[in-house]
Ligand binder design. Structure first.
Ligand code: LLP
Length: 425
């Protein structure tokens, strides 16, 4: 494994995390190249039985350029949701044809830019978007390649905030309306509509809702073909779950791969996948230092220097991230692990049995390579933390610590300045 104790000290591959803390300070995200590659390979292997599979990394999970470049070399394209992600994917050397543009609220400007870049396809979320995209394409004398995202109304059995296919969800076109809308969009002269897309949620560990979804998609494809439409591509989205704590089940990838083969083998299409979490989550830890241990009943508060602005998942989704000391501790205790931000929700673990850390100790939160740094903010005027890349015995800073005050230029309204001058005069 990539994050392991060597002697009595936690390492990232061949590098001691204490050495990284000395070099770059804390908090810091630390990524392991080997862990990223191993997850990417596991994904590829699981889908080896799907004859025409295309793997697009969901950039939102971790947009760091080193991560994107590494995945591009391993044969991954990109699933993007904004103009910013488009720029990052292109800068990382991902071919435009290997980019799929998802997202419920693309701006007309973003659509135009992506069209000009020649991306592989747009996943349409509503009819108006298709009309606007068609007009933009006609103006350029091209046809925009597109899929229609369908909402199959299936409960993914995951956290409510990361479910995307409930009846009241904002994503996709309701299953019952999809065929008719597909017909209208397929008739637009500026669109090359050639299939459907679906994504029912994230951190899914139960195969059943995914199988039910793919069955529905299979039925829809059959119906669309019967109505004379050409279906060459189907995008099955992402959502595969990983294990965040000891004993918690992850998606069984061999079973998933076999299920996909079974459900899609008669479709005769290219199948796209958009995994984010499965690829990146296990490749990162958040390195932090214990600032204080505050005695309290029934359990002490371990106040670390990382906070909800650096890692938002616990505050947002009650997510569990394992916490462990960098230097082996002789025993464990029950504690609350909290950050310094002035919010009661800035809590990483409540009444949890953890390594008995003390003031000044280093520790890490595990499994934060996906939706960790990607979701960081500067709340409480805290800096964005650096990201460090480890490969074997080497490490490099791949994103600098960004002082909060320097995130963007600020200025006073000019009239307050002149007022001050007037007062002085
Ligand atoms: N495709 C689409 C259309 C998506 O909306 C998403 C994730 C993915 C692919 C990638 O899903 P994944 O394989 O990573 O599950 N911030 C949340 C997760 C939000 C996921 C949003 N969409 C978290 O930290 O749990």
């Amino acid at each position: 494994m990539s994050f392991e104790m060597q002697g009595d000290e936690l390492h990232a591959e061949g590098v001691s995390l204490a050495a990284i803390a000395r070099a770059v300070g804390t908090p810091a995200y630390v990524y392991s190249e080997a862990a990223l590659r191993s997850a990417a390979d596991a994904f590829t292997t699981a889908l080896a039985g799907v004859p025409r599979a295309r793997r697009m990394f969901a950039v939102k999970a971790n947009p760091n350029p080193t991560i994107l470049r590494t995945l591009a070399r391993l044969g991954f394209g990109a699933d993007i949701v904004s103009g910013g992600e488009l720029a990052l994917a292109l800068q990382a050397g991902i071919a435009p044809k290997d980019i799929v543009y998802s997202g419920v609220g693309k701006t007309p400007g973003e659509l135009a830019t992506a069209l000009a870049a020649g991306i592989g396809r747009f996943n349409l979320e509503l009819e108006r978007e298709g009309e606007v995209l068609s007009a933009l394409a006609l103006a350029r004398c091209v046809r925009a390649p597109a899929l229609l995202r369908v909402n199959p109304h299936i409960d993914a059995h995951t956290h409510a905030k990361i479910s995307t296919a409930m009846a009241d969800s904002k994503f996709g076109i309701a299953y019952g309306e999809a065929a008719a809308m597909y017909g209208r969009l397929a008739a637009l002269p500026g669109l090359d509509l050639h299939g459907v897309a679906v994504h029912i949620g994230s951190q899914i560990t139960d195969l059943a809702p995914l199988r039910a979804t793919y069955r529905r998609i299979g039925q829809l494809i059959a119906r669309l073909r019967a109505e004379g439409h050409r279906i060459t591509h189907v995008d099955l989205g992402g959502g595969l779950g990983v294990s965040y704590r000891d004993g918690e089940p992850a998606m069984d990838m061999a079973a998933y791969g076999a299920m996909v083969v079974q459900e899609t083998q008669d479709w005769g299409v290219t199948v796209l996948f958009e995994p984010g979490r499965f690829i990146a989550a296990r490749a990162g830890v958040l390195l932090t230092r214990v600032l204080w241990v505050k005695p309290a009943l029934p359990h002490p508060f371990v106040i670390v220097d990382a906070a909800m602005n650096d890692l938002a998942r616990p505050a947002l989704y009650d997510a569990w991230h394992e916490f462990s000391a960098v230097q082996a501790t002789p025993d464990r205790f029950v504690a609350n692990i909290v950050g310094p931000v002035c919010e009661s929700s800035d809590i990483f673990a409540r009444a949890r049995v953890v390594d008995r850390v003390r003031e000044g100790d280093l520790a890490v939160f595990h499994t934060v390579g996906a939706y960790g740094a990607a979701m960081a903010s500067t709340y409480n005027a805290r800096p964005l933390v650096p990201e460090v890349w480890v490969e074997g015995a080497r490490f490099a800073v791949i994103a600098e610590r960004l002082p909060a005050a320097a995130v963007r230029p600020h200025r006073l309204p000019e009239w307050t300045a002149s007022r001050a001058v007037a007062r002085l005069a």
